[in-house]
Ligand binder design. Structure first.
Ligand code: SF4
Length: 392
């Protein structure tokens, strides 16, 4: 038998080396998986009192924003709650607040930094609170796609549109190329405007919002849409497909809303006769088609607020929000659309210990976890955001 003794060599710390589980870190791909300070224990019974005291000590110097998908333990300390766009606007409307503590995810804090004054600092209590959808569109990949469109001669007629749920880099790319940012509330208006500027739209990064808006709200055929996969050569599309397409959808999606399936809808209709199915447009096309109502987070909240007592609702959006709405309306039957419980894991990273730590650091004169977008990127991203604000 051959002697098979071998020696194991640790992978070198190069871009291509794989990290061994639990050893080392890759700062380029991981941001803030460790808290840079001493986090209070989650079991500390004084957390609420500590957060209250620290916030009171800071007074008007701090403004706390809470996204609808945040935990209740955090939301109770928010000065304002809302979706990503409303929160960015609220941050911009508070030029006197020195510190904007953003209880949400990374791309939202970036947008707040872009829209606030240079004197203000935007803080994300846990730097690992990213967004898997935003991370699916990386600037280098998007630029490669755009260069391909230029080679094909279609870039001039293509308007890039990015969902708010994208990095500042992508918003900057869109601003540089005369496009627009959109939210789930104004996606149709953004697409209407874009089709006045060109004959095609390059929609980033959420394929579902792009497809659902184009097909269900604008009367496009599914065949008018093609899916650009950044992991395949030329996006996995032929030149002819790209030339014929009206909507070039980036292959990105929300891992939370992507969990709802047609089976979830059929199953709840069987279990709860007369149930109203209400979903977010980040859900898959077949789910949105099978639903009774579709709309943004703010639309969902208004629909549930206005629903008659005794009505039943199965809601396809993030669980923290659905739970909160169910508790706020005990006279209505509000349930999660899927049988499997699923929070947005990155939204959930902001918990009370991280908020307490952030506020107490500020009281002590230290400013942790500041999110800064470089001026060049911010300048172009602002163009795309301003274009959204100017939409008719
Ligand atoms: S719910 Fe989806 S889009 Fe929103 S932060 Fe989580 S992963 Fe991103």
């Amino acid at each position: 038998m051959a002697d098979v003794t071998s020696t194991w060599t640790e992978p070198s710390n190069t871009a291509t080396a794989l990290l061994l589980l639990g050893r080392g870190s890759d700062p380029a791909s991981e941001r803030g998986v460790d808290c840079p300070g001493e986090l209070p224990a989650p079991s500390d019974p004084n957390l609420v009192a500590r957060a209250t005291a620290a916030k009171a000590a800071l007074g008007d110097r701090v403004f706390v924003l809470g996204h609808h998908y945040q935990r209740d333990e955090v939301i109770q300390f928010a000065d304002v709650t809302g979706d990503s766009f409303k929160l960015a606007q609220q941050a911009a409307a508070r030029p006197d607040a020195e510190f904007i503590v953003f209880c949400g995810v990374h791309f939202m804090a970036e947008s707040a930094d872009i829209l606030t004054t240079p004197a203000q600092q935007v803080i994300l209590p846990d730097l690992a609170a990213g967004c898997s959808m935003a991370d699916m569109a990386v600037l280098g990949q998007v630029q490669t796609a755009w260069e391909h469109f230029e080679d094909l001669g279609i870039a001039g007629e293509t308007v890039p549109v990015t969902y708010m749920n994208s990095s500042a880099d992508i918003k900057g790319f869109v601003g540089r190329n005369e496009g627009v940012v959109c939210t789930s509330s104004n996606a149709k208006r953004a697409l209407d405007w874009s089709f006045e500027q060109g004959s095609k739209v390059f929609f980033l990064p959420d394929q579902h919002l792009g497809r659902n808006t184009a097909v269900l709200e604008m009367g496009f055929d599914l065949d008018d849409c093609v899916l650009y996969d950044p992991h395949k050569p030329q996006g996995g599309l032929t030149d002819e497909q790209l030339r014929n397409a009206r909507m070039i959808l980036w292959r990105g999606h929300c891992s939370v809303h992507g969990r709802f399936t047609l089976d979830s809808v059929n199953d709840v209709r069987e279990r709860v006769p007369g149930v109203n199915v209400l979903v977010h447009p980040e859900c898959r096309h077949d789910v949105v088609q099978a639903a009774d109502y579709v709309g943004s987070t703010e639309y969902i909240i208004k629909a549930l607020d206005a629903a008659p007592a005794g009505s039943a609702w199965a809601v396809g959006t993030e669980l923290n929000l659905v739970r909160r709405m169910a508790l706020a309306h005990p006279d209505k039957q509000i349930m999660f659309l899927d049988k499997t419980v699923c929070y947005c894991s990155t939204m959930n990273r902001i918990d009370l210990p991280h908020l307490v730590w952030t506020l107490e650091e500020l009281v002590a004169g230290r400013v942790p976890n500041v999110i800064t977008v470089d001026e060049e990127t911010a300048k172009h991203a602002r163009v795309a955001l301003d274009q959204m604000l100017a939409l008719p």
